[in-house]
Design a protein around this ligand. Structure first.
Ligand SMILES: [Zn+2]
Length: 94
């Protein structure tokens, strides 16, 4: 095999390996991911919506629980998901 043929074969192999690597990482719909179910997942919070957590009184459970402070104001109980629209949070002056 001449040196040119060897170099050509090496180049073709390199291009083929690169094409396989690109094809495997190409984002396509594989059908493995199911569409989100509206009922259950609609109530869950996206992580970007929650700013931080704090402990506060939950009126539904009548005891202090961990609350998520939301980006748009208010908070949500982490255990029963009861939303509160109060802007005031612990530490804020009344
Ligand atoms: Zn609660």
């Amino acid at each position: 095999m001449s040196q040119f043929a060897a170099a050509l074969a090496g180049a073709i192999t390199a291009v083929g390996v690169g094409a396989v690597a690109v094809a495997r990482s190409w984002p396509t719909a594989s059908g493995r991911h199911r569409a989100p179910q509206r009922g259950a997942e609609a109530k869950l919070l996206r992580p970007v919506e929650a700013l931080d957590t704090f402990e506060a009184y939950c009126p539904a459970e009548d005891r202090p629980t961990l609350q998520l402070r939301l980006r748009l104001g208010g908070s949500v109980c982490t255990e029963c998901r009861l939303p509160t629209t109060s802007i005031t949070t612990p530490g804020d002056p009344q």
